[in-house]
Design a protein around this ligand. Structure first.
Ligand SMILES: Nc1ncnc2c1ncn2[C@@H]1O[C@H](COP(=O)(O)OP(=O)(O)OP(=O)(O)O)[C@@H](O)[C@H]1O
Ligand SMILES: [Mg+2]
Length: 261
């Protein structure tokens, strides 16, 4: 029987002698939300890059619904129903909000059935993400928090089974982050998608996720439900104690996330 799970087993990544990841394993089932947290430089983005095909792992295995995708290029992983967003927003700045969402629909069954169906599907997603009123605006003219929302809407438009989000709440205030919480919860539970969410906004992570995986210096420090992770002394010492608010991203790291190797 086919397993509907994204499974990473013992994933490692070394960059010129620097061990960015060492033996990290996670499982992401449909309809569940997994949080990935840890200090700056602990390997979160590298891990997401390894499972989305942006980076080739140095060791370990990645499987999407029983298909081995270890080291497969991003387009192949995407075809198996894995979508992602990046730590730095990557929108088509010369396109409108609606057009950005329509780009996400390209390649899905809805895009092949004519422009009426495509426009209808885009409108539904814009509505779901409370972006209908901004459909005609150039994406680049929106405030940062809304650009992030458009990016997530575009990823959802590709109709993924697994959605991987790298710091979706970065730059959002508490109200925007609360709205995001509602939207992501809806995406996971009502559409039975598996979500992996990296964020330093612990208020969001603790309320949103079913399980939380904590990385420190490229290794798994702890893994469990939000209450047990919050109470784990190792997690408090390595991360929560020092940065329980919103730790800023280390400068420069974001720029390297999708670097060609
Ligand atoms: N392309 C690269 N080349 C060399 N080293 C890299 C590369 N990408 C990441 N690293 C290193 O790997 C380690 C993990 O970085 P990564 O960006 O995965 O951390 P992160 O947990 O996402 O951090 P942040 O919270 O700041 O986004 C860091 O030491 C980083 O400097
Ligand atoms: Mg990162």
């Amino acid at each position: 029987m086919t397993q509907s799970t994204l499974v990473a087993t013992d994933v490692s990544k070394t960059y010129d002698g620097v061990q960015a990841l060492n033996g990290v394993s996670v499982e992401l089932g449909l309809g569940t939300i997994l949080g990935l947290i840890g200090p700056n430089g602990s390997g979160k983005t590298t891990f997401l890059n390894c499972i989305s095909g942006v980076t080739k792992p140095s060791g370990g295995l990645v499987r999407v619904d029983d298909v081995d995708t270890t080291g497969a290029p991003p387009y192949r992983v995407a075809r198996l129903g894995v979508a992602r967003t990046f730590q730095t927003v990557r929108l088509f700045t010369t396109l409108t909000v609606q057009e950005n969402v329509e780009v996400g629909l390209v390649g899905t069954s809805r895009s092949k059935t004519g422009w009426r169906t495509r426009a209808g599907a885009a409108n539904r997603i814009l509505k779901e993400f409370q972006l209908s009123g901004l459909a005609g605006r150039l994406a680049s003219t929106l405030p940062y928090g809304l650009q992030r929302r458009v990016e997530i809407a575009r990823a959802v438009a590709s109709d993924p089974r697994y959605l991987l989000l790298d710091e979706p709440a970065a730059g959002m205030n508490d109200q925007e982050s609360d709205e995001l919480l509602g939207l992501l919860g809806q995406v996971a539970r009502t559409k039975a998608r598996g979500l992996l969410v990296i964020d330093h906004d612990l208020r969001l992570i603790m309320r949103l996720c079913d399980r939380i995986h904590v990385l420190n210096r490229g290794e798994t420090l702890a893994s469990g439900d939000p209450a047990s992770v919050r109470a784990d002394k190792r997690v408090v010492d390595a991360y929560l104690g020092a940065s329980a608010g919103a730790a800023p991203s280390a400068p420069g790291v974001a720029d390297r996330e999708g670097a060609a190797e």
